[in-house]
Design a protein around this ligand. Structure first.
Ligand code: HDE
Length: 675
């Protein structure tokens, strides 16, 4: 059964199938192939209203893309609570575990244009719209726990530095260029977020395998008007997983839509992505009891110190019907609140509260974007706001002001006790200053904690990421500045990247003496599941028929099995049973899969051998699980890969299938020696 939001959207959904073609005025047309001309070789006539309407509409199809987070992908779903949060907040949608709240989520990259690739190294947006019985609530998160800057006034600066350079609009969708790193080295509050983005978190395997962090501190307010500070978290049920950099770059060419395809396919297959909603809570009276300022968006609240209280689960269960109508026109705003949730004085959050509405005005063309179906609340809207471009609502009556007597002084506000939104009565006093609190001055302790918390392979990946990104910086002085800056995080890190960057080792040779770690920051111990991992099975004609049962068994473990061969069509097994080929070596690549099962067949030729060998070799380089059986073994033997960690070969091993599943359940074999 459709939820209230879907019921509402049903009234806007239109199906052209089987219908007669009309103009936008509803006029049925007899012809849609030829413009109206004076003679069949003559000029087109001005009176051809059908031509004019069709072309005009086409000419105006584009709207400005988002200034940041331009490339995104959305889906519908629902949130259901595990328990009531009534003790902390009066927000109605956080009270009753029996209620399912409709949601719409949009994931995004930040810096690339709308047509850029999904797998670039970047922060990911994770914005959720809750259609609650008290109006729309937006939780506009990112997939990293902190942000680059501490004050919103610097947002245009960081984004200008990160975007393609203005003189030549190069490079696309990457921070690997001079202006970004020049900004970083000269704005050291960025250190912590840079560590996150240089880590594996910058190249997620899937939107379904990312966390979401509110970063900014909000408030929960309960019925007794008691306030707690709160930060929100999404925890993916599939764990937090990433690509490797070489793979991410290759996917950018092979399938720039890798992440959106992954989400779309999972939902179409009924493998609905799920995240648990968590909250970290701090009592108002404990505001100053931490070694960091809890309002500082460049700091995490370490999860070991302030546990994430898991309160419910979100399931995405429906793809959009129309990308533009829904995903492109959805308008999020961290200021869309419901009673029981309020802001903190985090100066980044405060600035965001201005920006989001402002940007929708130009992007969506006026002040009525809340009436666009995807943005419409599921509760009635009544106020004295009127008119403006594209107004849909037909307000009755002559009164559009408050106070009035002609309409009994309605629409009327209602007191907080009856559900009216009232801001928390926080006491504020101070002098007007352009300044930043001294409590925001420590830029490195948590960057050090992040580095300390990484596993060996994660550290190696960070060193490689810095070496790549800063290696693209042409200005040697900027490269040197970056090395000096990150010696405050780790002299070892700075020294290793200095060597790769052709600059001097850092002047600072004193390692930070903090040994503080937060295990929650490392992906090493995340949940690892088989569900929906994609396994490429390389088959040729004459394959050993028994493999069909093995594949069925792998499917029963929820693995997605796809067959690769040299041609599309069917491959025939030794027992004459056939399997359909999904991809050829031309249309697929190992980088699009989580693991490989090399099977082969009796009918191999040199070209097949070469293609299959390259496929397996690349998977090997990317630490992926590999199984080899029957003729498939030779592709590994000839390249000395059979003894690699995570490689399972048959060689009459009756445990083969179990061992292969074990290898796949590890996801990546970081301790494999790559040569
Ligand atoms: Fe945003 N951000 N942001 N941001 N942001 C936008 O609003 C802004 C920040 C985030 O899928 C814009 O509708 C400022 C933090 C997401 O439609 C814009 C500052 C976090 C999305 C804007 C920040 C975010 C946006 C552009 C610094 C994570 C995509 C289009 C003070 C907690 C939403 C739009 C979508 C989008 C401003 C920082 C998350 C320009 C001024 C921190 C997920 O208004």
């Amino acid at each position: 059964m459709d939820n209230k939001k879907q019921e509402q959207l049903n009234t806007f959904r239109t199906d052209n199938l089987g219908q007669t073609l009309t103009t936008n005025q509803g006029l049925k047309m007899a012809e849609d192939e030829f413009s109206l001309k004076a003679g069949d070789r003559g000029p087109t006539l001005m009176e051809d209203f059908h031509f004019r309407e069709k072309i005009t509409h086409f000419d105006h199809e584009r709207i400005p893309e988002r200034v940041v987070h331009a490339r995104g992908f959305g889906a519908h779903g629902e949130l259901q609570l595990y328990k009531s949060m009534g003790e902390f907040t009066k927000a109605k949608f956080l009270q009753d575990p029996a209620v399912k709240t409709p949601v719409f989520v949009r994931f995004s990259t930040v810096v690339g244009f709308r047509g850029s690739s999904d797998t670039v190294r970047d922060v990911r947006g994770f914005a959720t719209k809750f259609y609650t019985e008290e109006g729309v609530y937006d939780l506009v998160n990112n997939n990293m726990g902190v942000f680059f800057i501490q004050d919103a006034i610097k947002f245009p600066d960081i984004i200008h530095a990160n975007k393609p350079e203005p003189h030549n609009e190069i490079p696309q969708a990457t921070a690997a260029h001079d202006t970004f790193w020049d900004f970083i080295a000269n704005n050291q509050e960025t250190a912590h977020q840079v560590m996150w983005i240089m880590s594996d978190r910058g190249i997620p395997r899937s939107f379904r395998m990312m966390e979401g962090f509110s970063i900014n501190t909000f408030r929960f307010i309960n019925e007794e008007v008691k306030s707690h500070f709160v930060r929100f978290h999404w925890k993916p049920m599939l764990g937090v997983h990433s690509l490797v950099w070489d793979e991410a770059q290759k996917i950018s060419g092979k399938d720039p839509d890798f992440h959106r395809r992954d989400l779309f396919d999972a939902i179409e297959q009924g493998n609905f992505p799920e995240w648990e909603l968590g909250v970290q809570l701090i009592k108002e009276e404990d505001e100053f009891n931490f070694s960091f300022d809890i309002l500082d968006p460049t700091k995490v609240w370490p999860e070991e110190e302030i546990p994430v209280n898991i309160i419910g689960k979100m399931t995405l269960n429906r793809n959009v019907d129309n990308f533009f109508a829904e995903t492109e026109q959805v308008a999020f705003h961290p200021g869309h609140l419901v009673p029981g949730i309020d802001f903190s004085n985090d100066p980044l959050l405060q600035g965001r509260l201005f920006s989001y509405t402002d940007t929708q005005l130009i992007r969506l063309g006026g002040p009525n974007f809340h009436e666009i179906p995807i943005n419409k609340p599921i509760v009635p809207v009544h106020n004295n706001q009127r008119d403006g471009y594209h107004r849909q609502m037909i307000n009755l009556g002559k009164v559009s002001y408050h106070k009035n007597s002609l309409a009994n002084d309605t629409p009327a506000p209602i007191p907080a006790a009856e559900g009216g939104y009232e801001h928390y009565h926080e006491k504020v006093e101070g002098q007007k200053v352009r300044a930043r609190s001294e409590s925001f001055n420590d830029h490195f302790s948590q960057a050090v904690m992040f580095w300390n918390s990484m596993s060996g392979p994660e550290r190696e990946h960070i060193i490689s990421a810095f070496s790549f990104e800063v290696g693209k910086v042409k200005d040697k002085n900027v490269r040197q500045q970056v090395v000096e800056m990150f010696s405050n995080v780790s002299v070892e890190l700075a020294t290793k990247i200095a060597a790769n960057l052709g600059v001097n080792p850092p002047q600072n040779q004193t390692e930070p003496n903090s040994t503080k770690v937060s295990p929650a920051l490392s992906q090493e111990n995340t949940i690892k599941k088989l569900d929906t991992l994609k396994i490429a099975v390389i088959l040729a004609d004459g394959f050993q028929g028994g493999i069909i049962e093995t594949l069925d068994f792998l499917r029963s473990k929820k693995l997605n099995i796809e067959i690769i061969s040299d041609q599309l069509g069917m491959v025939k097994g030794s027992d004459n049973r056939e399997l359909e080929v999904q991809h050829t070596f031309l249309t697929a690549s190992s980088v699009l899969f989580d693991g490989v099962l090399a099977v082969g067949g009796s009918n191999l030729n040199l070209k097949f051998d070469q293609d299959a060998t390259n496929f397996v070799k690349e998977a090997f380089m990317h630490y992926k699980p590999i199984g080899a059986i029957y003729e498939g073994e030779k592709w590994l033997q000839e390249n000395n890969m059979t003894s690699g960690i995570g490689v399972v070969v048959n060689s009459n091993n009756d445990q083969f299938t179990d061992q292969f599943i074990n290898s796949v359940s590890t996801h990546r074999h970081w301790d494999r020696v790559i040569y």
